[in-house]
Design a protein around this ligand. Structure first.
Ligand code: PEP
Length: 250
């Protein structure tokens, strides 16, 4: 049985004040009755504050990105050990905004996944097709390429903490959600592919989240699909009320 994992990607939102407010509200709603694993991913500048605020909480936290080198002349970048030093457990890698706005390639993302794992950070590895790719009928091909490159050179044991987030790019921040059937179809495809690349047992235990305009109104049905094991939430995680409703739906 795979446990549901609900993660909030805050993106470039919330200064320290906003962080204190949002985490304080979330803490009121997440307790030992909460069945899902809950993760928040604030911006880098809020991670240390998140660590302090979440010390006695069930809510886990992570970063939204990191670089694959340990230290050195990489102006503006953050290393895995820096994330570890503020208590991060997770790191989102390969988000479509990183791929499209910041030019991250499958090869760069593969290096980041390897480095994260080496430093005991749990990767939330994002994949997904653009609208153009879906319309061309190459969704499976694109997802397969992203998964194959992303996991290249890594063993089952090394990948044991990884989560995959399937996020169709056309559904991110657009208000357009994939239908339950569209999402389930790609999730099942990813699980089969991972079974082929690694093993059936690994694939059965792998958490595959859906992301793309998940909100309280659509969360329950999406999360009821057999291969959807959670959600990576953008817009709707910025208000405690809507994020908590999604957590409840799980
Ligand atoms: C995301 O950025 O990972 C995301 C899914 O955003 P939204 O929920 O706003 O579509």
């Amino acid at each position: 049985m795979r446990n549901k994992v609900i993660a909030g990607n805050w993106k470039m939102n919330n200064d320290l004040n906003g962080t204190v407010n949002l985490i304080s509200e979330l803490k009121k709603g997440v307790n030992d009755q909460t069945k899902a694993t809950v993760i928040v991913c604030p911006p880098f500048t809020s991670l240390e504050t998140a660590q302090t605020l979440l010390k006695d909480s069930l809510i886990k936290f992570g970063a939204q990105n990191m670089y694959f080198e340990e230290s050195g002349a990489f102006t503006g970048e953050i290393s895995p050990s820096m994330l570890k030093s503020v208590g991060c457990e997770y790191v989102i890698l390969g988000h479509s905004e990183r791929r499209t706005i910041f030019g991250e390639t499958d090869q760069i993302i593969n290096k980041k996944i390897k480095t994260a794992i080496k430093h005991n950070l749990k990767p939330i590895f994002c994949i997904g097709e653009t609208l153009e790719e879906r319309e061309k009928g190459i969704t499976f091909e694109v997802c397969e390429r992203q998964v194959r490159f992303g996991l290249e050179g890594l063993t089952e044991a090394e990948l044991s903490t990884m989560i995959i987030a399937y996020e169709p790019v056309w559904a991110i921040g657009t208000g357009k959600t994939a239908t339950n059937e569209q999402a389930q179809e790609v999730h099942a495809f990813i699980r089969k592919l991972v079974a082929k690349l690694l093993s059936e047992n690994f694939a059965q235990n792998l958490v595959i989240q859906y992301g793309g305009s998940v909100k309280p109104e659509n969360a329950k049905e999406l999360l009821a699909q057999p291969d959807i094991d959670g959600a990576l939430v953008g817009g709707a995680c910025l208000k405690a009320d809507s994020f908590l409703k999604i957590i409840d739906a799980a």
